[in-house]
Structures are given as structure tokens and as C-alpha cells.
Design a binder for this molecule. Structure first.
Ligand SMILES: [Zn+2]
Length: 244
């Protein structure tokens, strides 16, 4: 399997240049980097903040990709909440508690499906371009790249609900009209976290494939495009409610 060739890890035993992600030397079979048996959640998450490249490297190399599914499930909460907000769902269901319960019920399943879909799209788009990748590794990169979005749903979303209540999910009045400054800060923070997710995705895919910057960016655009159909449905719901 071809790995990134511009970065080389030299074997301390036989001096052979090895691809960066190799754990054992292609020539003598000796260990050229620490074997990562499993991932520790908080250590890995902290590393994603401190040195994202090192973190992504460990995530790719790790034999066991721990916490991939719990991360996906929490990511799903953010995704469902986002779609609800985007669709102004509060106009349809005007009970905040019901909406939050729906987020909790639909979120985990949606997260697993969405991350699987995004990983598959990334995997296939790479395979079509004759770039060898392992699906499991792509899925681990995509799952852990969602970490900033998870931070948003765990820490910012409760604040949003606390401040705006049901108006978070309606446009009558919109949260912006209620408190433009607070809403601006919250949307700004959320946008930063999404950008951070995209940066992590970029680092992960680049490490995984060694393809050019442009090729990585194309892959990311394809992944983002895969999110659009659901958002399009949310737009239709939103417009429909405007008519009714
Ligand atoms: Zn060697």
C-alpha cells in the first residue's frame, strides 16, 4: 500500500527510509515508532488541541480505534440540532422539551449514519482517484475530526438553549432579533469550531494519503457536499412552514 513519500521515517537499525505511518520497517521489520494499541479518550482529545498532526497520526496508526462510535453519536446530536435550527422546526413543534428529547433520540443514530456516509464518500472519492486508503482509517479520521463540533454541542448548545429557549428553533422572532450581540458571539464560536473540524479533517486526510493540498481540499469539498442533501430537506421544511 502506498503511503506518503515526502516525509520519511528512517529505521534506527538498518537506516532504511520508511513511510511516516509505518510502524515496522519495510526492510528489517524492526519497530520504527511506538506501537499504538488503543486510544485513550482524553489524551487523544487533548492532543487534537495541542498537536493535531501527532494526534491524527496516532489515530491512524492505532490498532484499536476506540471511542469512534461514541464520538459519532455525540456528533449526531449537533447535526440534528443544526438541522432543527436551520429548518425553524420550532414553528412546527413549539415545545422545547419535546425538541430536546427528539435531538437526544435522533442524534446518536443520525451521527453513526452520517459519519459512515461521509467516510464512505471520502473513501470512494479517493479510491476513484487511485489513492489507496483503508476505510477503517478514513472513518477514524472523520470521527475524530468531528471533535470540535462535539465541543460545540456539549458546551455551546446548552448555553444557546438556556439563553434563547424555543426561539433558538424559530424565526419568529429569530435569536438574532432577540439578542444580536450574544447570537453573534455564539454563531462566531460555532463557526470557529467548524473551521477547526475542517482543519483536523485536512490534517488527517493529508497524513492518510500524502496527496497534494488541492487533492485534499477536493476531498473535503466532496465530504461537505455529502452533507447538503439533508440540509436541502431542512430548507424545504423551512420554506414550507413559511407558506403554511
Ligand atoms: Zn530497518
Amino acid at each position: 500500500m502506498s503511503r506518503r513519500i515526502d516525509d520519511i521515517r528512517v529505521c534506527p537499525v538498518c537506516n532504511t527510509g520508511n513511510p511516516m505511518l509505518n510502524v515496522t520497517c519495510i526492510s528489517c521489520g524492526g519497530y520504527i515508532q511506538d506501537r499504538v494499541a488503543s486510544l485513550h479518550l482524553f489524551q487523544t482529545l487533548w492532543m487534537l488541541i495541542e498537536s493535531p498532526t501527532k494526534a491524527m497520526q496516532r489515530i491512524i496508526v492505532a490498532q484499536q480505534k476506540n471511542y469512534v462510535f461514541p464520538l459519532q453519536m455525540i456528533f449526531g446530536l449537533a447535526y440534528v440540532a443544526f438541522v432543527f435550527w436551520y429548518a425553524n422546526i420550532g414553528l412546527l413543534i413549539d415545545d422545547l422539551q419535546v425538541l430536546l428529547v427528539l435531538v437526544l433520540i435522533l442524534g446518536p443514530f443520525t451521527g453513526i449514519v452520517i459519519i459512515m456516509l461521509l467516510s464512505l464518500v471520502a473513501f470512494v472519492s479517493l479510491q476513484i482517484r487511485k489513492i489507496a486508503v483503508i476505510y477503517r482509517e478514513v472513518r477514524a479520521v472523520v470521527s475524530y475530526a468531528g471533535f470540535p463540533v462535539i465541543v460545540s454541542v456539549l458546551f455551546i448548545f446548552p448555553a444557546e438553549v438556556g439563553i434563547f429557549g424555543i426561539y433558538l428553533f424559530t424565526n419568529e422572532p429569530s435569536p438574532f432579533a432577540i439578542n444580536p450581540v450574544v447570537w453573534g458571539i455564539i454563531v462566531g464560536l460555532d463557526a470557529l469550531l467548524v473551521v477547526w473540524s475542517i482543519v483536523l479533517l485536512y490534517i488527517g486526510i493529508r497524513l492518510l494519503t500524502g496527496i497534494s493540498v488541492t487533492a485534499v481540499l477536493i476531498t473535503i469539498l466532496i465530504i461537505i457536499a455529502a452533507l447538503l442533501p439533508v440540509i436541502a430537506i431542512a430548507s424545504i421544511v423551512s420554506v414550507y412552514q413559511g407558506i403554511v
